[in-house]
Design a protein around this ligand. Structure first.
Ligand code: ATP
Length: 444
């Protein structure tokens, strides 16, 4: 675990200060459970999604992409069971009327402790209401005639938009089982207690693959195990510390209404182990239900055996925002000159920063600016000419820039620059002409 004291508070402050994440609609006093990503946060988020898409879609022959509408015919949510079962147990404190999830003992304990420490308020004890089921779907209204508007839901998860297109994808491509459909997009939940920074938000992004397989127990187990390892390795490959990660299998009570097998990948967050992705064996739940509710045939015909069946689905569902938060918490460290974000170079918002050694020497500034303009064509790069070199390194370390390039007097003679590595602080001289290739190869 990252033992840095007040880690979450430090990362929240850094995010605000350097433009990663701001509270949503801040100038109006905010809107609980919403966050806005700034110049650096939006780059980091895009990089996570781009690396994910490349690994899932571009580099695989068995997964295709999709980008379905957020608003769907409400029947889709009846079919998937969300209208009926996408609920959390809600309880209310009878003293201060704050509401909590009955299945989150940590939050309930801390609320009870708060009242104990304030004996003047409720005599130090707490009485709770009976749990009520509370549906998390966010409603919206479509149509222009008052009184005749159609009530719809903003999607509570992005899964449904893929399943309803199962036949469209089959009919418009040459893909055969086993195959997956990948999607990244926003989801909305009326969370009872948003909190822990972006961890529990009311608007967030997911990145998912629905992987369709033959309905067979052995196939199901094989692909479930495959995706568990594949996803764990992905996060470790992008620099997350192994010791901060674990699988948490769902007990039959926790398992969702549709799941045959389910496990989460959890991160050791400052507030305890916390889920940021789930791997679910959903059987034929989704396709069968959509077949039942839409009246459309969802069978697959095996081109080799002519067998006809409804495929099973192994889902991997990761939160983009939670992944981003845990990449940040994991990467945060402190050096002599302040915070250093040891983000994997593939994820870092800027790949390199370019400096002229001295800001008052036009020949250095001009040369450095040319390097900057050239590298900009290949990478997101930063420019800095303020203060001294040490201060500029510290400024870039704090936002995770892996390489800093300095144009100095030697550059004017031999066209070489120094490139300094964030993690080793080692500097090397390389030719300007080789810079782009060098950075590419260091990005991995
Ligand atoms: P939790 O138990 O924490 O509410 P969940 O089990 O309901 O999460 P899933 O429905 O499995 O979550 O959603 C898949 C992923 O979507 C989660 O692992 C998480 O990364 C992300 N996610 C779900 N709810 C939220 C939220 N309120 N804010 C941010 N990300 C979320």
């Amino acid at each position: 675990m990252n033992t840095n004291a007040n880690l979450l508070e430090k990362v929240v402050a850094l995010c605000k200060r350097r433009g990663f994440i701001y509270p949503g609609s801040e100038i109006y006093g905010g809107l609980a459970g919403t966050w806005d990503y700034g110049p650096l946060g939006s780059l980091l988020k895009k990089n996570i999604k781009d690396v994910w898409w490349k690994d899932m879609v571009q580099l695989r022959n068995d997964i295709v992409g999709a980008d379905a509408a957020i608003m769907m015919n409400p029947k889709a949510w009846e079919a998937s069971g969300h209208v009926e079962a996408f609920t959390d147990p809600l309880i209310e404190c009878k003293i201060c009327h704050q509401r909590f999830r009955a299945d989150q003992p940590g939050e309930i304990n801390s609320h009870e402790n708060m009242h104990k420490q304030l004996p003047d308020w409720g005599g130090g004890g707490v009485e709770w209401t009976e749990p009520q089921t509370f549906n998390l779907l966010v409603k919206a209204y479509l149509g222009v005639i008052e009184g005749q508007q159609q009530e719809i839901y903003l999607r509570g998860e992005i899964t449904n938009g893929v399943h309803v297109n199962f036949k469209n994808v089959l009919n418009s491509t040459r893909i055969k089982l086993p195959f997956g459909i990948a999607q990244i997009g926003k989801a909305f939940r009326n969370e009872i207690t948003p909190g822990n920074f972006t961890f529990r938000s009311r608007e967030f992004e997911q990145m998912e693959v629905q992987f369709y397989i033959k309905p067979d127990e052995e196939e199901g187990k094989k692909w479930f195990e495959y995706w568990k390892e594949n996803r764990m390795d992905w996060y470790i490959g992008l620099g997350m510390k192994k010791d901060n990660l674990r699988f948490a299998d769902h007990t039959p009570e926790k398992r969702a209404h549709y799941a045959r097998m389910a496990t989460d990948i959890e991160y050791q967050a400052p507030w305890g182990w916390a889920e940021f992705m789930g791997i679910h064996h959903r059987g034929d739940w989704d396709l069968s239900r959509h077949q039942q509710f839409s009246g459309q045939d969802m069978h697959y015909i095996d081109p080799e055996t002519d067998e006809k069946f409804i495929p099973w689905d192994i889902e991997t569902s990761a939160g983009v925002d939670r992944s981003l938060l845990f990449f940040l918490l994991d990467a945060y460290s402190e050096g002599e000159k302040g915070a250093v974000l040891k983000l994997h170079p593939k994820l870092a918002p800027y790949k390199a920063a370019i400096f002229p050694l001295l800001a008052n020497k036009p020949e250095l500034v001009g040369k450095a600016h040319k390097v900057y303009i050239d590298l900009q064509k290949d990478f997101m790069v930063a420019w800095d000419e303020r203060g001294n070199i040490g201060g500029r390194y510290a400024t870039q370390d704090e936002i995770g820039t892996p390489f800093c390039i300095t144009v100095d007097f030697q550059t004017l003679e031999d066209d070489t620059v120094t490139i300094r590595d964030r993690d080793t602080a080692k500097q090397e001289r390389i030719k300007i002409g080789n810079l782009s290739q060098e950075i590419s190869s260091r990005l991995g």
